[in-house]
Write a protein that binds this ligand. Sequence first.
Ligand code: NAP
Length: 331
Amino acid sequence: MNKVIVLNNRPEGRPEDSDFKFTEEEKPKPQNGEVLLKTKYVSVDPYLRGRMRDQKSYIEPFKLHEPLVSGIIAEVVESKNDDFKEGDFVNGMLAWKEFQTNNGKNIQKVDPDQAPLSAYLGAVGMTGLTAYFGLTHIGKPKKGDTIVVSGAAGAVGSIVGQIGKINDCRVIGIAGTDEKIALLKEEFGFDEGINYKTTDNMQEAISNLAPDGVDIYFDNVGGEISDAVLQNIARGARVVVCGAISVYNNEKMPVGPRVTPILIKNSVLMQGFTVGDFQSEFNNGMKQLATWLQEDKIMHKETIVKGFENIPQAFIDLFDGKNSGKMIVEV
Ligand code: NAP
């Protein structure tokens, strides 16, 4: 039998175990033109929370009682498709199933010699590309700029900070534990770090570390952390609005201070984006990230959770900051 995880309820507030259900089905058999895939690594990502709501967005909501879907690295264990052979590894948006068939149209082969397989879900995959395109194309870093990154010790944030350093910027990271702050400075090469959970006055803490203002704010979390950064924004700054995990579980969107006067008087550009906006440039981005990884100019960190049955909990743990770097489930 084949294990499958479906969406049992649409979460209200913080997702819970009971929002997910484990079911079983017959192990599928590939038809002509298809491959049989065995799930190896599963990406759990904050944006999946948005897909659990029944509302229109840039991506379709999940259907109730149907399998959840995320970035997955799988092994081809049987092939009736000439483009794939047994033993190939592929990356695709695939279902939370131990085994599944696929017609080969929405999966891409990945090369384990170019980067570790799990990195195709992180540093050289979706989150790495988000960091790369968000920072370079919207943030447009210049030598000497001061960059503030929120969610700095996570999958996107840790790569943003390292690309900031490659561009000779001064990088300040915001994260939720002292261990993460040490990681930012000692392993990812950030210049400074602020633990938002133990800092009473975030606005003042940022001002102390960035007395001339913040030239680029790469925002992964939104909410009050972003309110504090925006009070310190420099003239001509760029605000890269990547994510807002601090409000993803809110049923009602909290109201913050009005930011438009700050943007006007400082001539600030504030731009939201999704990584898919840069789809036509993905190959170049992946090559650049893989090269930096091979040259040790960026390091990728992962929190690997083992076991298919732990996929939902690994997802829930993102909201408690249990991960450093990319949260991945190894099946
Ligand atoms: P991640 O940062 O690896 O994991 C989430 C982290 O968010 C946690 O480790 C936690 O770290 C922090 N967090 C959780 N609740 C928080 C809260 N209430 N306030 C502040 N921080 C909180 O996740 P990721 O995959 O790299 O994604 C980061 C952000 O980018 C998310 O908002 C995500 O939706 C967004 N994103 C956007 C795109 C796009 O195309 N625009 C693509 C990928 C990701 P702490 O311990 O520091 O709290």
